[in-house]
Design a protein around this ligand. Structure first.
Ligand SMILES: Nc1ncnc2c1ncn2[C@@H]1O[C@H](COP(=O)(O)OP(=O)(O)OP(=O)(O)O)[C@@H](O)[C@H]1O
Ligand SMILES: [Mg+2]
Length: 327
């Protein structure tokens, strides 16, 4: 069931269509990634869904409510972490969340426990009474996530939540974010320029110049790039290439003493390969296309070439989240 529905959504600024007839649905309790290069239309779309911007044509619904006609209903259901930091730096962490709970009419008796719970959740409970101006970038982002859940939204919009953070802060922020669907039943709509972070998503839409150019799970999108590549070292490469052709009807080639071949599903192919080649095999290596390859192929641009440091820790946090979600 979709909690966010977007149909033929268009937003024009003068003659320019920043968002140009996009359609997608976001399943309840899932993490949806909205990826695209600078100026693609991501923030514009988020601003429309959050009722901060009017649409030119098409439809945008949150939990069945029209973002244009029922904006106050929509606002009750959403939380947002903006692309730019919006905390009050003179106030303490607790005061920032308290102010937010006034704005969102959190019932008086619920305020303190919910704020403490949210601060605890992002690991800032001990720092509750410190002014935000003393916080690091990563702590501020975590505090913004805490603030965005105090009024218990059904949908949380995260516009580049990890922008400008170091790898450790990014990892810890994703640890908190990835627990939200399970712990608080929240649906997450996120944008990021870090492709390894997008692995966390159950579904991704790639937007370029206002149009969605691909949608699907990370695995589906990677399949669009082509198959996996398998590298093999064998005791007799020439014989192995011949045997692979005969048994699997796959064309293998030799380069630098290694055989390589591509297969739509490398993981499914490897057992058969090993069986076919038996004791000729010395080593096997599988290379999967990454989301960065997908992005490059579809948009012609690398989204952020330097986005590799800290990737492994983030990938581990993401894998642990996916194991839970897939259960
Ligand atoms: N208020 C505005 N008036 C005019 N043009 C705008 C306005 N807001 C956005 N745009 C234009 O709309 C296009 C999409 O902008 P948007 O902020 O949605 O991109 P984005 O995908 O979020 O990019 P980034 O990755 O840089 O955050 C850009 O060309 C931008 O200049
Ligand atoms: Mg943006």
């Amino acid at each position: 069931m979709s909690i966010i529905t977007v149909e033929n959504l268009t937003k024009k600024f003068g003659p320019i269509a920043a968002v140009d007839g996009i359609s997608f649905g976001v399943e309840k309790g899932s993490i949806f990634g909205f990826l695209g290069p600078n100026g693609a239309g991501k923030t514009t779309t988020i601003n429309i869904l959050c009722t901060l911007l009017s649409l030119t044509s098409g439809k945008a619904l949150i939990d069945g409510h029209d973002c244009m006609k029922e904006s106050s209903e929509v606002r009750k259901k959403i939380g947002i972490v903006f692309q730019d930091n919006t905390l009050d730096k003179e106030l303490t962490a607790y005061e920032n969340l308290l102010f937010h709970s006034y704005l969102y009419n959190v019932p008086k008796n619920d305020r303190k426990p919910r704020i403490e719970d949210a601060l605890n959740f992002v690991g800032l409970y001990e720092r509750s009474n410190e002014p935000v101006k003393r916080f690091s970038g990563g702590m501020k982002r975590r505090l913004e996530v805490a603030r965005s859940i105090v009024h218990q939204p059904k949908v949380l919009f995260l516009d580049e939540p990890t922008l400008g953070l170091d790898p450790q802060s990014r990892t810890s922020l994703w640890e908190f974010i990835s627990k939200l669907p399970e712990k608080h039943g929240v649906t997450i709509f996120m944008t990021t320029h870090y492709m390894e972070e997008a692995e966390i998503c159950n579904k991704i839409a790639i937007i370029d110049k206002g149009k969605i150019i691909a949608q699907g799970s990370p695995e589906d999108l990677k399949k669009m790039v082509g198959g996996d590549v398998i590298y093999l070292k064998t005791k007799d490469n020439r014989k192995a290439i011949k045997d692979i052709k005969e048994a699997l009807n796959l064309d293998a080639e030799e380069q630098d003493g290694e055989i390589y071949l591509s297969a739509a599903r490398g993981d499914a192919c490897i057992p058969t390969l090993i069986q076919t080649l038996a004791d000729m095999v010395i080593s096997v290596r599988l290379q999967r296309p990454t989301l960065n390859d997908v992005f490059l192929k579809l948009t012609g641009k690398a989204i952020r070439p330097e986005a590799v440091s800290g990737g492994n820790e983030i990938k581990e946090a993401i894998r642990s989240y996916r194991r839970k979600f897939d259960k």
